[in-house]
Ligand binder design. Sequence first.
Ligand code: SF4
Ligand code: SF4
Ligand code: FES
Length: 335
Amino acid sequence: MSENIAGATTRKVTIKAFRFNAETDYLPTYKHYTMEVGKDELILDLMNRIKWEHDGSFSYRRSCRHGICGACAIKVNGKATLACKQNAIELLDLFDNEITLEPSSTKRAIKDMIIDKSDFWEKHEAVKPYVVTDVDPRPEGESKQSVAEFNNFLDSDLCIQCGACHYSCPALEVNDAFLGPAAFAAAYRFTVDPRDEAGKERLQTTFESAAGVWDCVKCFECADACPKDINPIEKIGKLHNMQFEQGIAVSNVATRHAEGFLRGIKKTGFLDEADIVTYSEGYLGMYKHVGTAMKMMKSGKIHWHSGIPFIKSIPEIKNLSELQKLIEISQTNKL
Ligand code: SF4
Ligand code: SF4
Ligand code: FES
């Protein structure tokens, strides 16, 4: 740290930034910018200073500077960051004075930090992110809802469509059809709104194989990435429940896989990896996973007799009956 004329402490650091122009470049490069960073500067301030003091062609999106518009979402050292909310010194401390600025999705980069977000908006649109209802042109009064009904969707209503969760989601990275956590949070928000009439349609859209919530791998990356604490994975869990409750969920590999977890726990108190596969995909389906099974056997996660009917391969926990009672009284949905 050094002291400037005004007496404020600053730190000299070198920022590494992703540079790419889709119109002229075949591959991206990383450029370095050295500057004195003050304790109150935000990541957005560092991007402004790269542009204003080093290279006017450096490009990024920003608008509100107050964490409201969602435009300035980027990745810093691989972690989703809302540039106008994140203090720079905090991150410099955390990462030993090394900071790399990258767009939310490098493969979608158009120019430096600016990405093509069209997949995000298309998926958002697919869940009808608005109240669907016949509006009376001459209503006699306002459309009332209780505090509890309002609180049910309040947090998901705070989404600023920054895309941080969407571009941190590993399921989306390998499955282009997957609607993604932000779309699911929006689907939940409008489905539980008592004024809305398109809930069943949204539950159907978010049930579809490959696109829907059943392809989420429950890694919690979206919850970690969200700057508004919306917790999309929690909404995904609620959509699962609503699909069961409203008769949308049907028995298929995905729903049986979820049920298989519970079945295993009920039987022994332990998660039975082999039983989940046989229950959800059948004995023939098991052959698809022989390679994985061999690796799991090698690391001691399953045994040679796991999944074979009538051979008990997992011991029972003590007090299994208590656990079974707990499951019985807390279970709300069944296929
Ligand atoms: S929890 Fe699901 S939706 Fe969220 S990031 Fe992981 S795979 Fe994606
Ligand atoms: S859910 Fe959170 S991370 Fe995802 S788009 Fe909305 S505000 Fe951004
Ligand atoms: S500039 Fe609007 S959220 Fe950062």
